[in-house]
Design a binder for this molecule. Structure first.
Ligand SMILES: [Fe+2]
Ligand SMILES: [Fe+2]
Length: 271
């Protein structure tokens, strides 16, 4: 049972005059990735095969990710009545496949798996916070507010589980950093690019680089410095570093500079 339901959203407040076509495109892509998120719960249940409490929490988590997909898809269909979510999701699943049906974590250990899951929730919580703060359309704002709150709670679930796993598994700072940085580097992987393609482009062939750029151009422009600060603090906490120390402040400055450089470059390429 999730913390909110689709019927809690004030859909009748939808305001077409406040739509941004670029936002509609990235929301469609997000609806596919979120709706697919539930498939990972099964994988987590296999990795934690002897932990029924975590399995229950992982199934609830999966249900919430699916609900995020449903809410975003419903909003996207209001914004663009020609959006066929079922057909887009079908295209996405056909073109993007990952083998989740294994009981071994790709991250080498349960702790590694939890660090990777924390990184995903860091990415989603800051993304939906940035989207919530950056969009003008009130219904999308409300959906993003709900989703961002869920994503923070998901981070806390995986962080708590990580703390438990670390009592048995010994992973030092470098090992934790390696998993975290590896997962952050994957953030712009095929999944988002293909979701953008499956949701928005049906006529032309798939061009990964072009789709990543199109997605990132609109998405990265939403971030403000405080979103990055929060993001760095959550990453630092998950790898065992002080979330608000000098190193975290330096990392925030660097990440903010890199982000601004990339945003400006993407805008120049598009011009
Ligand atoms: Fe989500
Ligand atoms: Fe999540």
């Amino acid at each position: 049972m999730g913390h909110w339901a689709l019927d809690d959203i004030a859909w009748d407040l939808f305001d077409r005059s406040k739509l941004d076509p670029g936002i509609v495109r990235i929301v469609k892509a997000a609806s596919l990735v979120e709706y697919n998120g539930g498939a990972y719960a099964h994988h987590l249940c296999r990795i934690f095969h002897d932990d029924p409490d975590f399995q229950r929490a992982a199934r609830c988590w999966g249900e919430e990710e699916i609900q995020h997909g449903r809410a975003l898809a419903r909003w996207a269909a209001l914004a663009d009545p020609s959006y066929d979510f079922a057909a887009a999701f079908d295209r996405f699943q056909t073109g993007y496949r990952i083998d989740f049906d294994t009981d071994a974590s790709h991250r080498g250990s349960r702790s590694g798996e939890m660090i990777a899951r924390c990184m995903v929730e860091v990415g989603t919580s800051s993304y939906y916070s940035a989207l919530r703060d950056g969009v003008r359309e009130p219904v999308l704002k409300e959906i993003c507010r709900n989703i961002a709150t869920d994503e923070i709670r998901h981070y806390k679930l995986f962080y708590r589980t990580l703390t438990r796993c670390l009592e048995r598994e010994r992973i030092g700072l470098w090992g934790r950093l390696r998993v975290a940085l590896g997962r952050i580097a994957e953030a712009e992987d095929n999944e988002l690019a293909y979701a953008y393609y499956a949701a928005n482009e049906t006529a032309s062939p798939y061009d990964r680089r072009r789709c990543i750029r199109a997605y990132a151009r609109r998405a990265l422009a939403l971030y403000r410095r405080h979103h990055i600060r929060h993001m760095v603090a959550m990453v630092f906490k998950a790898v065992g570093l002080a979330p608000h120390g000098r190193l975290a402040r330096a990392a925030t400055r660097l990440a903010w500079r890199v982000l601004r450089y990339r945003t400006a470059r993407l805008a120049r390429v598009a011009a």
